[in-house]
Design a protein. Sequence first.
Length: 194
Amino acid sequence: MKLPLALLAAAACAACSQEPAAPSPEPDAAAASATPAAPAPASAAPPATPAPETLTLAGLGALRIGEPVPAGSGWAERGAQASDTCRIVTSPDYPGVYAIVEDGKVRRVSAGQRARVTLAEGIGVGASEAQVRAAFPGFREEPHAYVAAPGKYLTAPGAAAGDPALRFEIDAARKVSEIHVGTMPVLGYVEACS
């Protein structure tokens, strides 16, 4: 019984050696079918889905614009609500982020001061107005409701069409203070549900 254990130990040590193994003969069909195929190189893989911290026109993680809040996702109403028809949901997984829900569907996702989420372009809260304009030329500018110039809103030009769109709030220091993704008219709400 000691001989088979010694052979196993020797084989294990040989497998751990730093020298490359000699080429092995062609495997038989049974061995080939038992060995899983090597994964395709990363460049041949389909495009990866956005990281959970990436805010897209579709939403944030499992929270999707135009769909109900996903059950069991951590997104829930917390605290008092100002309206029966417009509800605010948050998730402890996304500090500084909230979503507006109307008619049972997510209409807007907003990232504010404590948010760690970014857009695929790398723009997040704290980015400069110049970075936003470089990444999104053609966004229309409107005066901010509460912040004096140079504070403003920068909104995607096609936002009024009803498709999900982007809107940035720029503060007096010309930095992004909030990022909103959603559909009009909710995308343009100034105070959450109004």
